[in-house]
Write a protein that binds this ligand. Structure first.
Ligand code: ADE
Length: 263
């Protein structure tokens, strides 16, 4: 898959693409990321990329013309290289919130053209004519789309085969439908007793028992408890999809959950 990223700050992506576990996906081209510096497509001595908003008001608005020129250049190169046609994504607080299902779809897709907005916004005419979908990280405002682009690329790259050290490890992820969309369970490693700032803390004994069935049962219960306490909406979705067993419901009734969706 190939992602073409249009950005005013391509240098922000350098360390991200070169370090960490995902660099494997980027280095071998499984996730081919091409950076397109927007300023290269701006005209004039100052290579302007923004201007004041019509109608007045604070801040600057990104010009449609350099964005469209850069976007055309991306599309022409993709076509010349035989890359499949892909949607154009704009990162914006007005977008659809990115979730696990969207990441899984992207991880199996052909890629996208990613537009990182900056400043107070982008000329709406570019959005109307060139953008297929707007995506958001959440209900807060970033100063630009670069972090959101990196978040999506990171989440997509780690799902590529051969990227994580242990192939099974993303099966354990929070939100994974294979685990009924629940939150992940807690994890522990050595030492068995850790002297923390609030005293000695032990590993739950079942994890040291070697009894796989009991460990799996404990993990399921912890996923249910974490979801009930922290994300009752996820628990409710699992229940409505018929994914909770009588055993699950029995365990949930034993928990002290005053506001866990009418349990
Ligand atoms: N750009 C600015 N705010 C954003 C957000 N919340 N998500 C994605 N891109 C953004």
């Amino acid at each position: 898959m190939r992602f073409d990223v249009i950005t005013l700050f391509p240098e922000l992506f350098g360390p991200f693409l070169q370090h960490g576990i995902n660099r494997r996906a980027f280095a071998c081209g499984a996730v081919d990321v091409r950076l397109w510096p927007l300023r290269d497509h701006a005209e004039g001595h100052y290579r302007r990329v923004d201007d004041r908003p019509f109608g007045g008001g604070p801040g600057m608005v990104m010009l449609a013309e350099p964005l469209a020129r850069c976007w055309q250049a991306v599309r022409e190169q993709r076509k010349a290289e035989g890359a499949p046609s892909v949607p154009t994504v704009l990162f914006s607080p007005q977008g659809v919130r990115i979730d696990h299902a969207l990441v899984e779809r992207e991880a199996q897709g052909a890629g996208a053209i990613l537009i990182c907005g900056r400043y107070e916004g982008i000329d709406q005419r570019f959005i109307d004519q060139c953008v297929d979908v707007q995506l958001s990280l959440g209900d807060f405002v970033l100063s630009g789309g670069e972090l959101a682009a990196m978040a999506l690329l990171d989440a997509v790259a780690r799902l590529q085969p051969g990227v994580l050290n242990d192939e099974g490890s993303h099966q354990q992820d929070s939100f994974n439908p294979a685990l009924d969309g629940l939150l992940d369970c807690p994890h522990y490693t050595r030492p068995e007793v850790w002297q923390g700032p609030r005293g000695a803390a032990v590993v739950p004994p079942v994890l040291l028992s070697g009894h796989h069935e009991q460990i799996e049962r404990w993990r399921r219960q912890q996923r249910l408890a974490a979801s009930a306490r922290l994300r009752p909406d996820l628990l409710q979705q699992a229940r409505q999809a018929g994914r909770l067993s009588a055993d699950d419901e029995h365990w949930l009734r034993q928990l002290d959950l005053p506001d866990a969706g009418g349990l």
